[in-house]
Write a protein that binds this ligand. Structure first.
Ligand SMILES: CC(C)(COP(=O)(O)OP(=O)(O)OC[C@H]1O[C@@H](n2cnc3c(N)ncnc32)[C@H](O)[C@@H]1OP(=O)(O)O)[C@@H](O)C(=O)NCCC(=O)NCCS
Length: 167
């Protein structure tokens, strides 16, 4: 089986994608292409042997986080005069129902982290952040080392930690 992760294009079959979370389906069906066009987010899709069928997707955008919510051990090494620091937002990540439980969520997450790390070499970013929608999502990201930033609804994985994955 061949698997390719590539930028969302108009020939991809977006409307057939269904992951069990309506918000994530509707986003891909109706909004992702516009967001890409308007430079609000980049969207990457996982394609298998059926060339145009989307098995999973994720989005990345530039973001910032207030310095006061950065974990203490990292914050103490940063200039305290900064009110916020750059981060990369992994806005959405989903796998189609027909392909869940086969390691594709993990594959997409690793690809998103690697891409974020590579880009951080030319556009600095302190961490990858996510906004989990519920406890299940939180559990998924915790599994891969993301930590909860208290009172923000966000989770955080430092670029330093990510860099160690891709040495
Ligand atoms: C969550 C989701 C992305 C996982 O994708 P997947 O392809 O089914 O997951 P994988 O097969 O790659 O599983 C990777 C690991 O995460 C675990 N996992 C999968 N879904 C999980 C969940 N909802 N909560 C916690 N852990 C989860 C798996 O058990 C697996 O662990 P293992 O490697 O120890 O066996 C997918 O189920 C999905 O799109 N769900 C609906 C949309 C959603 O909730 N998106 C937010 C993602 S956080």
């Amino acid at each position: 089986m061949s698997l390719v992760i590539e930028s969302l294009k108009s020939y991809h079959r977006k409307l057939e994608f269904s992951c069990g979370k309506e918000m994530l389906d509707i986003y891909l069906h109706r909004q992702a292409k516009q967001d890409v066009k308007r430079k609000l987010s980049a969207c990457f899709v996982l394609i298998g042997d059926e060339k145009k069928l989307i098995q999973g997707y994720y989005t990345l955008s530039s973001s910032t986080i207030p310095l006061n919510i950065v974990p203490g051990n990292i914050k103490k090494k940063l200039p305290q005069s900064y009110s916020s620091v750059p981060a990369t937002l992994l806005g959405r990540l989903a796998v189609d129902n027909n392909y869940q439980g086969q390691g594709l969520g993990k594959l997409l997450l690793i690809d998103a982290l690697k891409r974020s790390f590579e880009i951080s070499k030319s556009i600095a970013s302190l961490a990858v952040i996510v906004d989990p929608l519920d406890e299940k999502e939180e559990k998924f990201y915790k599994k891969y080392g993301f930590i909860v930033l208290p009172d923000s609804g966000k989770m955080f994985l430092s670029m330093k930690t990510i860099s160690q994955l891709f040495k």
